[in-house]
Design a protein around this ligand. Sequence first.
Ligand code: SAH
Length: 208
Amino acid sequence: MRRMRLKQLEMQLAGLETFDEPSPSREQYPTPPDLAARLLYHAFMRGDIEGKSVCDLGSGTGVLAIGAALLGASPVTGVEVDPRAIRIASRNAVRRRVSVRFIEGDLDDPALPSKVGPHDTVVMNPPFGAQNPHADRIFLDKALEIAPVFYSVLNRGSRDFLTRYIQDRAHIVETVQAVLSLKRTFSFHRKDKVDIPVEIVIVRRTSF
Ligand code: SAH
C-alpha cells in the first residue's frame, strides 16, 4: 500500500460522521481530525501501527480506529460503551472501506480485557475526568492491560499525575504538545470555540 500522507489522513478523518447527540457525562466529543491524524501518524512513524494489532479504547464514532486501519493496522478493534456511537462508527468504517471490529463494552467491566484480547498498540482519547473525576484512570489501567504501549491525548498539566499513577507499571516515553480545538458541543460551553492545550503521551509498559 502506498503510504498515506499526514494531510491525506486528516482529510479522510475530517469527512467522518460524528455524534448526533453527544452525552456530556461520558464526555463524548470526537477527536478533531488534525489532532487524531497527528497522534496516529506519530504512532505510525514509531512503528506501532502498520501491520500491528491496534485497539481504540472509548472508540466513539471511530476516528482513531479507522485512522489506524487507514495507515495499515490490522486487526483493529474499537471498544465503546454507547451502542449509538458504535452504529455511527460502523458506518464510518464502511464509508472508508476499512475493517474494524467494534465491541460494545464498558471499561469498568473486569472481564473486558479478556474479551478484547491482547493487542500491540492502544490509541485513545479518554474522558479527561472533567465531568466524572477519575473516569480517566480506568482507561489508563485497561490500556496497560491490553497492550505494551499506548498513545493517548492528555490534558496538558496532568503529566505529573500520570507519572505517579503508572509508576512501577509503565513510563512515559515521549510527550508531544498539541492543541484540541473544540467547537461548542454542550450548552454549558460558553464560547463557540475553545482551544484546549493538550499533550499526546506515549506510554510503555515497564518490563522487569
Ligand atoms: N475515541 C473517540 C471518542 C472520544 S470521546 C474519538 O477519538 O473521537 C470518549 C469516548 O469514550 C466516548 O465515546 C464515550 O462514550 C466512551 N466511554 C466513556 N466511558 C467509557 C467506558 N467506561 N467504557 C467504554 N467507553 C467509554
